[in-house]
Structure formats: structure tokens, C-alpha cells
Design a protein around this ligand. Sequence first.
Ligand SMILES: NC(=O)c1ccc[n+]([C@@H]2O[C@H](COP(=O)([O-])OP(=O)(O)OC[C@H]3O[C@@H](n4cnc5c(N)ncnc54)[C@H](OP(=O)(O)O)[C@@H]3O)[C@@H](O)[C@H]2O)c1
Length: 220
Amino acid sequence: MVGRALAGRFAELGHQVVIGTRDPQITLARSEVDALGTPPYTEWQQDHPDIGLLTLPAAGAYADLLVNATNGAASIAALSAAAIGDRNGLVVMDVANPLDFSTGAALPSLTVVNTDSLAEQIQRTFPNARVVKTLNTVNAAVMVDPGRVPGQHTVFVAGEDTDAKHIVTALLGEIGWPPNSVVDLGGLVAARGTEMYLPLWVATMRSLGTADFNITITRA
Ligand SMILES: NC(=O)c1ccc[n+]([C@@H]2O[C@H](COP(=O)([O-])OP(=O)(O)OC[C@H]3O[C@@H](n4cnc5c(N)ncnc54)[C@H](OP(=O)(O)O)[C@@H]3O)[C@@H](O)[C@H]2O)c1
């Protein structure tokens, strides 16, 4: 959902975009709508013929900027397969959440929490990358079309590299997040907070019956 939403929006804005997948043949062979109602990849591809589908290593080698939109529990494995450790200075826009729905609890738990975060794990594993955590606090549709939620609302960036955060903030601007809607939380340690927001996001979504919502930070 997230990969397609961001890829489609960036391509619409004129960027050259590819999607990396573990096995392109398997991804193309899927013909079922998934459990969340997402149509098969081939159906989406028909509307986005310019967006290539590559293996993870090929996508990792291609990217000037890489978006991590993989299942949080699998992100390190997927980014390892994409060989991002070979790409000195690569900006990694990390939108993933380390959610664990497997326990059957009323709300998902997190596979990493409190004293660490997925974004920090990614940064430690790939020290040459410039990881910026962003957009993980909003639904995929809102990410690429913030106007779905009325009024001004907030998206966060966190990361160690100021230039990388500027690059990501500029991209956020292109997809509809004006500069004063972006709150820079400082270093990547702040990703602990944005990732730990997810149980509240899920509870809010259930209460409101929609994923078209967001939080607003109001400055004094
Ligand atoms: N859905 C939302 O609205 C939303 C909003 C904010 C943040 N997020 C976060 O963004 C990420 C993407 O969410 P999503 O809903 O689009 O998809 P998702 O179902 O969480 O998974 C995205 C992709 O991760 C890859 N993946 C899964 N298991 C893997 C494994 N063991 N090894 C390598 N890759 C694996 C798969 O890619 P292939 O099958 O193509 O290889 C899969 O399509 C997640 O971390 C999610 O928590 C989602």
C-alpha cells in the first residue's frame, strides 16, 4: 500500500521511480486482492507503466533516495538484500513501523520499543546511510494527499543528517506537506516516539472508523 502510494505520487511529480520486491515473478503472478483489499500488483502496474519492478538489489543500486516501505519486522533483511550498505550517503526515507499483530492482543505491539527504534536499528546496521524517519504516523492515502484531512496537520522528520532531512522535507513539500506542517524532532532517537504512537493511531482509527485523520501540533 505505502510503496505503491508513494511511488505513484513521486512518478506523477516527474521523478523516476522503481519499486523493489523480493521476487518480481511472484509479485507479478499474484492475482488475488489481499486481506486489506489491496488489488494485485499487475492491476496497479497497468495504471503506472513507467514504474519498473526490480529485485531488491537492483532497486537498491538504482536509487538516489530510497524509501523503506517494507514490513517493519522484515526491514533490516529487505534493506540488506537491497545492499544499501554499499551506497555511501544514500538518503533512506524510513516510513516503516515495527508492528507485531501476531500476539492476537487487542492492539498491536512493537518488535522494538522504549530504548530503541526500527529507524535507529536501520541507521546502526547501515552506518553509511542517512536515515530520516517520516510519514509513519499517517495512513498511506493521507501521506500522499494530506488534503484528505481538512486544515493544517502535522508530519514529523527525525534523523542525524541535516542535509538529508532537508532533502526529505523538500520531497514532503512536493507531495503536499507545507514547511510549517513539518516538525523536525531532531535526532533519530525521536523515532522511538513516532513509532510508539502507532497503538494510539490504531485505537483512534477504530474509534473514528476511518484512517483519514491526523494529529496537529499547535504552537503557542
Ligand atoms: N499501510 C499504511 O497506511 C501505513 C502507514 C504508515 C506506515 N506504514 C508502514 O509502512 C510499511 C509498509 O506498509 P504496507 O501496509 O504498505 O505493507 P506491508 O504489508 O507491511 O509490507 C510491505 C512489503 O514488505 C515486504 N516484506 C514483507 N515481509 C518481508 C520479508 N520477510 N522480507 C522482505 N520483505 C518483506 C513485502 O514486499 P514484497 O512482497 O514485494 O517483497 C511487502 O509487500 C510497514 O512497515 C507499515 O507498518 C504503513
